[in-house]
Structure formats: C-alpha cells, structure tokens
Design a protein around this ligand. Structure first.
Ligand SMILES: *Cc1c(COP(=O)(O)O)cnc(C)c1O
Length: 428
C-alpha cells in the first residue's frame, strides 16, 4: 500500500497541530502508524490522497449512518448554503429538527441544540446540578462523554469514593465531585447511594458503551440505575451521543424501554455536520436560560446547515421502509461472518453487536467492563488492523473503539471485508 503523500502530509500537519491532528485518535498513535490523509468519501467508501480506496467502517466515528455524501443530504445542503450559513437568530429549521427528534425520542419533551457531544453532556450535567442543587455525579470507567473537566476523571485508589483527574489541567477540586465506578456494577452504585445518595446530582452513563470497544449493559444494569436514581431523586442521564439512532431507531431508551430524565444526542443527529442536543423532562429543562436560571448558550448552536443535514438524515431514518431493521440485519450478517471465520482460523475473539454498531476484542474472556477490555490482546489487534487496511478495509485504529455500518454498505463490501478478515487472521 502506497501512503507516500499521506506520510508527507502528516509530517507537515505535525508542524502546526499537536500530533498533526485535531482529535487525538486520528493520529494512529495506539497502532503506531501513519494515518491515510483523506481526499474524499462517497457512500461506504473513503479515499486517501494517495489514491487508495477503502471500505469505511469508521463513518466519521458514527455520524455517517446513510454513508458519505448521501445525495438527499448533499442536495438539501447546497440549497441551504445559498440562503446564508449562520444568522444567530431563530429559524423554523430548529423546530423542525426538534420535532423529528421527539418523534424518535418521546422522552425529549424539551431540548436544546448544541454543536458537539461534549457540549451536550457538559450542559446536561450543569442542568442536573442546577435542578437538584447537588454537586456530585457518578460516571463509569471506560465510558467517554466528551472532554469536559468533570468527565475527565478516573476512579480514586482503593476505598476512596472521590475521583482523580485523568488529564493534567483538570483540577482536583473538580475531580472530587465525580465518582467513577466500574461499568455494569450495579452493586457499587447502590453502595455509593447508600453512603451519600442525597449528594448525587446525576448518574451519567453510555447505556450501550462504545468508547472502550463495544460493551453491552448487563440485564439488570440499566433498570437498576433507573430505580436507584428515582429513589434518591437523582437525575439519570443517558449519553446516547454514539448509540442514539443505532442500537434501535429510538436508541437505548427504545431498546431497553427505559425513560431517563435527560438524554444526550450527537453524531447521527447532525448527519455529518456539527450538531448535538440534550433534553428530557420538561420539569428539568424549563430551568435552562432564558426560561430558567441555568445558563447555557452558543453562537453557532442550531446552525442552519447542521439543522438541514440533521433533518434530511432523520427523515430518511423515519420514512424509509424498515431502515433500521435492514441496517441491523446487514450488520448481523457481517458479525456472524466474522465470528465464523475467526472460529475456523482458531483466533480467539469476542465479536459484539448492538444494532448497527459492532466491535471485536482479541480476547478469550467475556468482556463486561473497562478492566476486561484493557486486558485484550493489543499486539494481535495491531497486526490485524494493518492487515485489514492493506486489504482496503478502514477500521478504527484502536481496539477501544466501535465500528459502524451504514445504509450505503453493499453485499460486495461485506464479501470483500470477510475475505480480507479471513486472510488477516492468517497473518496473526
Ligand atoms: C463522541 C462521544 C461524545 C463526545 O462527542 P463530541 O462531538 O466528540 O464532543 C460524548 N459521548 C459519547 C458517548 C460519545 O461517543
């Protein structure tokens, strides 16, 4: 595989940006390689500046559920851009997108559009704290909720219930209000609530975890979180920035039939443009400024181009016959194929699927939390990753990420992927 131009472009980029990138995982640090620099993408394929053509399972880390440059989205954007790119004043587009979101997520009684998943979780936490008048929050190790200070916190050592910063620059004062617990460990959550339940403003969780690889919730986990937060009048926040519109059309709320108090959406909601949202119970959301006193704002929030891409995307999800069923079925075919091939080749893997999300761990052991995920075989992953890349399959450059199917992936793409997988297992 020739990456000559990408190698030069990476060297040039590094002069101007940390790691040559604007988001760390893009630098291929954990697989120690040179990322292909992208020239364009169409449908299920992504192309680099060296002329390589890949089947893309990253999909911009989730948003591209229709595939790249979908013709309906592109046409709508072309018309929208002629009408001006930002006004800083209300438009009907914002209400139109909110209505579509609410049809899919009925629990989003009142919502606010923002520009990124980070903004949505950061704001949801502020609202939960403002509403309850409490300061502490619970998060789970291995769940990622963006890069706001209170969420870049890991578990303190031993019996300590308060968290420690997981990044320099996060103050210990901020970290001490975040309690980080193991994913899927309901008992640990209940114990914290017994100790200081009246101080807990919110529990924030990825109801299907996609940022430590793909890890599914155990059967009692989400209902248990709902019950304990209800009992102590804490706010339950589902961060569905990744799993929203994917584990089911109505995300984890629909799949697991749970009504959280607040929901964070991102990625798919913007159809590939910067957009995210948070919302939920009206009683809570009416405290957001200017209805209430909890401040949150954004110059580009509700941007007309982002609203347009979101509207076109969600309309297709809602209106195309069996959109989600077909997408999930296609994902299952690939996942079953991968399992069969791995078994035949004797490589020990765990392949997980949740709707149109999937992921693979090089591990013999069951994987239910971050500790399990971190113990998976990193060397095997690296070899497999590059073997797949050389065969034209573009996967996330880390075992701790999730892969995404799009409506644009074809039978040929899946055949090609399975053939590449069979050859790549032999390299290990
Ligand atoms: C991607 C992601 C975020 C952060 O979204 P950004 O748009 O990158 O800020 C938050 N939560 C989850 C679950 C995510 O997957």
């Amino acid at each position: 595989m020739n990456l000559k131009k990408s190698v030069a472009a990476f060297a040039e980029a590094k002069k101007f940006m940390p790691g040559g990138v604007n988001s760390p995982v893009r630098s291929f640090g954990s697989v120690e390689g040179n990322p292909p620099f992208i020239s364009h993408a169409k449908g299920s394929h992504i192309f680099d500046i060296d002329g390589n053509d890949y089947v893309d399972y990253v999909g911009s880390w989730g948003p591209m559920i229709l595939g790249h440059a979908d013709s309906k989205v592109v046409d709508a954007l072309k018309k929208a851009v002629e009408r001006g790119t930002s006004y800083g004043a209300p438009t009907e587009l914002e209400t139109n997108l909110a209505k579509l979101v609410q049809r899919i997520y009925p629990s989003m009684e009142v919502m606010r559009m923002v520009n990124s998943g980070t903004e949505s979780t950061m704001s949801a936490l502020r609202v939960a704290r403002g509403f309850t008048g409490r300061e502490k929050i619970i998060k789970f190790v291995g769940c990622y909720h963006g890069h706001a200070d209170s969420l870049l916190v890991s578990a303190g050592s031993g019996a300590a219930t308060f968290g420690v910063p997981s990044s320099p620059g996060v103050t210990s004062g901020t970290a001490k209000d975040t309690i980080a617990l193991p994913y899927n460990d309901l008992e640990a959550v209940e114990k914290v609530f017994q100790n200081c339940g009246n101080e807990i403003a919110a529990v924030i969780v990825e109801p299907v975890a996609g940022n430590m690889g793909l890890v599914l919730p155990k059967e009692n986990f989400l209902p248990g979180l709902r019950a304990v937060t209800e009992k102590y009048k804490s706010v339950l926040i589902f961060d569905e920035v990744m799993c929203g519109f994917r584990v089911a059309l109505g995300g984890a709320c629909e799949k697991y039939k749970i009504k959280p108090d607040l929901i964070c959406l991102g990625k798919v909601i913007g159809g590939g443009l910067p957009c995210a949202a948070y919302g939920g119970r009206a009683e809570i959301m009416r405290n957001v400024s200017p209805d209430g006193k909890i401040y949150q704002a954004g110059t580009l929030s509700g941007n007309p181009l982002a609203m347009t891409a979101g509207i076109e995307t969600l309309k297709i999800l809602l209106e195309e016959e069996n959109f989600t069923e077909r997408l999930v079925e296609k994902t299952s075919r690939l996942v079953e194929g991968l399992k069969n091939i791995a078994e035949k080749s004797g490589v020990k893997v765990r392949v997980h699927q949740a709707g149109s999300m999937f992921g693979m761990f090089f591990s013999e052991k069951e994987i239910t939390n971050y500790e399990d995920a971190a113990a998976a075989n990193q060397n095997q992953f690296k070899k497999w990753f590059f073997a797949m890349l050389e065969r034209g399959i573009y996967l996330a450059p880390s075992q701790f990420e999730t892969l995404f199917m799009s409506a644009a992936h074809t039978e040929e793409d899946i055949e090609k992927t399975l053939k590449a997988a069979e050859e790549s297992f032999k390299v290990l």
